[in-house]
Design a protein around this ligand. Structure first.
Ligand code: HEM
Length: 449
């Protein structure tokens, strides 16, 4: 029988579908890798009126993220309780307006001023490491990126506030996460959440932002941080004014949430690949010595740290912090010969895409040469989506690149990192792609301190 356009895509059925749904909670990375191998680039998982469609081909990335992006919305009841209507979760016209308002604050030239915040935080944190004494690098990188984004957001003179803000954010993000992930009906989950712990942490965040906004309004000229940018944002197109206080709050919490977990994960995985590949590490050291020498790295050095850029790009391919992108189809959606109904959950399978031998031969091998300008030009743009693409592409991408390169360049002037013996590193699909049980590392001094 020939396929008709109303046919659902192939995928596990009956008991196999139930098993797959359970595995989606237990070991999503394995499932996201296995399903396309078994069923192809378009896979349907369903039970009753619930439909999930997993897409793993670059054409489908382009289709959902760019060509037909208006047919897809984002939704996450768990996250919405924390970030409200901020850029990460808002949709439609409202999202477009907010994006227009925030975009100028993320222009490459505007970000240069945050360079010293990034290198300063890297120096401060790594100066606490003791040669030969194991420590959890993942925790260190998360705390570092929290300090950076909190200072970029609130300003450098609010150091204590930045610390409190970071702690409250961690508590709020992790408070009800387990409950949220359990395969229970929404009505049952709502009986147990939000927890008191979450509500307290959220109130603390709101309080910090309110105080920081008051402070900024008292002295509006003196600052050049993201909160000032939010308070000054004006809609030049519609002439509809700027952000309300509630919107400033939602955007501030959103930027903090989106800006630290991902960058912390990316830094951790980059240190991991460098520790595993001493030849690449030696090339990075030589490049940093030639371009920067012994002074502090700065934003102007970044274009000349080309090999380091390739290393980070390849680490983002192997270990993409966003291992999957989630959307909901507004209307029914036709993908190839198949159609999925309105309301289908679409999972864009970054994990399988980035490890697909059709685009990356020997996909599990670390090879920074894949990320040279020529190699990139020879590949479809949608084979690589660590920052997504289209109108909802990561707004903080330049910020992230600056932080990744400057932090690594700063730390590696002094330290070489090695995995602590006896620990097997396994990626797990959490808020971002995290190493299971952290990443114990040992720092070795490169030069007398
Ligand atoms: C290595 C670091 C980072 C990675 C890999 C990353 C990746 C991404 C991805 C894949 C998305 C799209 C998510 C989706 O469509 O569901 C996204 C969105 C976003 N990111 Fe990032 N991000 C990083 C760092 C940052 C930083 C530093 C900031 C801010 C300071 C930031 C702010 C945002 C915001 C606000 C959005 C929502 C944009 C919108 O929907 O219009 N990100 N990021």
């Amino acid at each position: 029988m020939g396929r008709t356009s109303s046919q659902l895509p192939p995928g596990p059925r009956g008991l196999a579908a139930l098993r797959a749904a359970i595995r989606m909670y237990q070991d999503p990375l394995r499932l996201l890798q296995d399903l396309p191998l078994r069923h192809g680039d378009v896979v349907h998982l369903g039970a009753g009126r619930t439909h999930v469609c997993i897409l793993s081909h670059p054409d489908q990335m382009r289709d959902v993220l760019v060509t037909h992006n208006k047919n897809f919305v984002k939704a996450s009841p768990h996250l919405a309780r924390l970030v409200g209507d901020g850029l990460f979760l808002s949709n439609g016209e409202f999202h477009m307006r907010q994006r227009r308002l925030l975009q100028p604050g993320f222009h490459r030239d505007r970000l240069t001023g945050y360079g010293p915040v990034m290198t300063g935080a890297a120096e401060q944190r790594s100066s606490r490491w003791q040669p030969g004494v194991p420590f959890n690098l993942h925790r260190e990188m998360l705390e570092l990126t929290q300090v950076v984004v909190a200072k970029a957001l609130l300003g450098t003179d609010l150091e204590v506030e930045a610390d409190h803000f970071a702690q409250a954010m961690t508590t709020a993000l992790e408070a009800d996460l387990l409950l949220d992930r359990l395969p229970l009906p929404g009505a049952i989950k709502r009986l147990f959440s939000p927890s008191k712990r979450f509500l307290q942490a959220r109130a603390q965040l709101d309080d910090t932002i309110r105080r920081a906004v008051d402070e900024h309004r008292r002295d509006p000229e003196a600052r050049n941080d993201l909160l000032t940018m939010l308070l000054r944002a004006r809609d030049t197109e519609g002439g509809t004014g700027g952000l309300t206080d509630a919107q400033v709050r939602d955007e501030a919490v959103t930027l903090f949430m989106a800006g630290h977990e991902t960058t912390g994960a990316a830094l951790t995985w980059t240190w991991y690949v460098l520790a595993q590949h001493p030849e690449a590490e030696a090339k990075v050291h030589a490049e940093v010595e030639a371009v920067v020498g012994n002074r502090r790295p700065e934003a102007a050095d970044i274009p000349r740290l080309e090999y380091l850029r390739q290393v980070v790009s390849e680490s983002l391919r192997l270990y993409p912090p966003f291992w999957v992108l989630r959307r909901i189809a507004v209307d029914e959606y036709q993908v190839g010969d198949y159609t999925v109904p309105a309301g289908t959950v679409i999972l864009l399978n970054t994990w399988a895409l980035h490890h697909d031998p059709r685009w990356y031969p020997e996909p599990w091998r670390f090879d920074p040469a894949r990320m040279s300008a020529e190699a990139i030009a020879g590949r479809d743009r949608y084979t690589y989506v660590p920052f997504a693409a289209g109108p909802r592409e990561c707004i903080g991408e330049h910020f992230a690149w600056m932080e990744l390169i400057l932090v690594i360049a700063t730390v590696c002037q002094r330290w070489r990192l090695r995995l602590a013996p006896g620990h097997a590193v396994t990626p797990v699909a959490a808020v971002s792609l995290r190493p299971r049980g952290g990443m114990p590392m040992i720092a070795e001094l490169r030069k007398p301190g």
